[in-house]
Design a protein around this ligand. Structure first.
Ligand code: NAD
Length: 254
């Protein structure tokens, strides 16, 4: 049976930015395959309640076998993949000299090896059809060396390097690959980082030119733009900052 409705796969979809990306893409007519470590049941129920076709593809993105199962389920149920959004990520805030090898390895595994595996495996299906869009959720931490985040910054710099390389390798075969770089976004990740004593709301509001956090919706709309051939059909290998001008201003002292 031929499946005509476009399909989007979103990783890390149980909460925060990923959950909002799912609803944004569903509103734009995509069928959504939602991933998280455990089945993202609330996200899938929310999407179905809103009338969208949604599928749960649980699994750790850094686990090669799990990614294989995610692709298999998506292809079995939805028959195609048009958009992949690599949103799953973990934050590690600790001085470089106190970063354990375990923290370093886990951060790189989730934030960089995971997107490599999902790009490789979902990318094959896109390359077979000669069509697809991948959006990697990096960070301003992929552009700057903000202190106390050696593993996180390295993983996000690496993700931007992966984005540019795939854009170069796959652009001529119909698959565009771009990244969004959110600044500070009010999510549970941010709550956890603040609880660790890294920074306060006032620090962020005082340093971002637009004097506020990004919302998950700000990020989701940028992702939807990069996923849409009608809006960004010749944009490939780009990193789109969604940070209220923070990177442009460049001031961060701690
Ligand atoms: P969050 O912690 O609220 O949500 C992340 C989701 O990813 C969670 O549901 C978690 O279970 C899932 N996840 C973690 N490891 C996974 C794995 N191995 N496999 C599958 N799923 C996994 O975070 P968020 O704030 O919504 O962040 C989403 C993305 O945006 C991350 O990549 C993050 O680095 C990036 N980002 C966030 C901010 C911010 O200020 N919140 C800023 C810049 C970039």
């Amino acid at each position: 049976m031929e499946h005509r409705v476009a399909v989007a796969v979103v990783t890390g979809a149980a909460r925060g930015i990923g959950r909002r990306i799912c609803s944004e893409l569903a509103e734009r007519g995509y069928r959504v395959a939602a991933n998280d470590l455990n089945a993202p049941d609330e996200t899938v129920s929310e999407l179905r309640f809103a009338g969208a076709d949604a599928l749960s593809i649980p699994g750790d993105v850094s686990d090669e076998a799990a990614v294989g199962r995610m692709v298999e389920t998506t292809m079995d149920e939805f028959g195609r993949v048009d958009v992949l959004v690599n949103n799953a990520g973990i934050s590690t805030i600790v001085p470089a000299e106190e970063t354990t090898l375990a923290d370093w390895n886990r951060t790189l595994a989730v934030n960089l090896t995971g997107p490599f595996l999902t790009c490789r495996e979902f990318g094959k299906a896109m390359l077979d059809r000669g069509s697809g869009r991948i959006v990697n959720v990096a960070s301003v931490a992929g552009l700057l060396g903000v202190g106390d985040r050696a593993a996180y910054n390295a993983s996000k710099h690496g993700l931007i390097g992966l984005t540019r390389t795939l854009a170069s390798e796959w652009g001529g075969r119909g698959v565009r690959v771009n990244a969004v770089c959110p600044g500070w976004v009010k999510t549970e990740m941010d709550d956890e980082d603040q609880a660790g004593g890294g920074y306060t709301d006032a620090d962020i509001e005082g340093r971002v030119p637009m004097a506020r956090f990004a919302t998950p919706e700000d990020v989701a709309r940028a992702v939807a733009f990069l996923a849409d051939p009608a809006q960004s059909g010749f944009v490939n290998g780009h990193t789109l900052s969604v940070d209220g001008g923070w990177f442009a201003d460049g001031s961060w002292e701690g």
